[in-house]
Design a protein around this ligand. Structure first.
Ligand SMILES: Nc1ncnc2c1ncn2[C@@H]1O[C@H](COP(=O)(O)OP(=O)(O)O)[C@@H](O)[C@H]1O
Ligand SMILES: O=c1ccn([C@@H]2O[C@H](COP(=O)(O)OP(=O)(O)O)[C@@H](O)[C@H]2O)c(=O)[nH]1
Length: 272
């Protein structure tokens, strides 16, 4: 995979505007040089000795590549609906319904990451495993690369309508994907109280075998969702791209609401 990594060097931010003493005349160049030198050495030492909050967390960091590039696909040719919602809100369940009735291609970012995690030839297995268990977001370029590969396979087969489930979960992913892969047409957002999602996830955990379907990981996932993923939903909300569906009801009722919500956008026959 052509995933590029860099190392985070900008943990330290200097505060501005405090050089020189108040009322002093000429700047003391030697003092300024001394201060800058001390800061540089201090930063290097800090970066060398400081460890991430979780000692097991990988330190790899992906620089967001937001330079203007031609997207891989044209949005005239390929359509993408992002499917977002908290963990356990029912994204996968409803995507499966839409695939069955309307022939979308369903790509779950989480499923692609779990497959990559289990691929013995992948160098990202451990990193993905840690992120999933801790409920944090895998560096964007790994996920975007997996999505792009999966999309390319489908596009060569003539499948052009995608539901991308559980992605983007962080602003950098949203911006990079739309810059490099294709612009999304809309966001289907599942609204669900945490108490309902918790019950569903614990039930799912009885059989899913997932390392993150346990109370400890679920709490972390909820926190990441609120702090990191909701800003993405708000970002698309400001562009009037979000269709919100409440998903507390039974699966069939939620699905009826999904079809109703999408009918104007996709000319879907809601009687189907
Ligand atoms: N409307 C619903 N009512 C009850 N259980 C549901 C509903 N939608 C999904 N589930 C169940 O809840 C769990 C989480 O659903 P899933 O579709 O996997 O969510 P997500 O993809 O958002 O994590 C699954 O076990 C699923 O069968
Ligand atoms: O774009 C993504 C999508 C998923 N994940 C990771 O995969 C986990 C499971 O995501 P999935 O969508 O499969 O599950 P959900 O939490 O929605 O049930 C998340 O908690 C993240 O750790 C990620 O890092 N980036």
């Amino acid at each position: 995979m052509g995933v590029r990594f860099g190392f985070k060097t900008n943990r330290f931010y200097s505060s501005s505007g405090s050089s020189g003493s108040p009322g002093s005349g000429k700047p003391n160049h030697f003092r300024i040089l001394l201060v800058l030198g001390t800061l540089a050495i201090g930063t290097t030492i800090y970066n060398t000795v400081s460890s991430p909050s979780t000692s097991k967390m990988p330190t790899a960091f992906v620089e967001p590549d937001l330079q203007a590039k031609k997207p891989a696909f044209s949005s005239d040719q390929v359509s993408v609906i992002f499917v977002l919602g908290g963990p356990g809100s029912g994204k996968g369940t409803q995507c499966a319904n839409l695939v069955k009735d309307y022939g979308f291609v369903h790509l779950s970012a989480g499923d692609l990451l779990r497959a990559e995690q289990n691929n013995p030839n992948s160098k990202y297995g451990e990193l993905i495993k840690t992120c999933i268990k801790e409920g944090t977001i895998v560096p964007q370029e790994i996920t975007i690369n997996l999505l792009q590969q999966a999309m390319e396979k489908e596009v060569t087969k003539g499948n052009l309508r995608f539901l991308i489930d559980g992605f983007p979960r962080k602003m950098d992913q949203a911006l990079t994907f739309e810059n490099q892969i294709v612009k999304s047409s809309l966001v289907l957002f599942f609204q669900c109280p945490e108490s309902v999602m918790l019950t569903r996830l614990l039930k799912r955990g009885e059989t899913s075998g997932r390392s993150d379907d346990n109370v400890e990981s679920i709490k972390k996932r909820f926190k990441t969702f609120v702090e990191t993923s909701m800003p993405v939903v708000e970002y698309y909300g400001k562009q009037n791209k979000v269709i919100q569906v409440n998903c507390e009801d039974a699966v069939d009722k939620v699905y009826a609401n999904v079809k109703f919500a999408l009918k104007d956008k996709l000319n879907i026959d809601t009687n189907k």
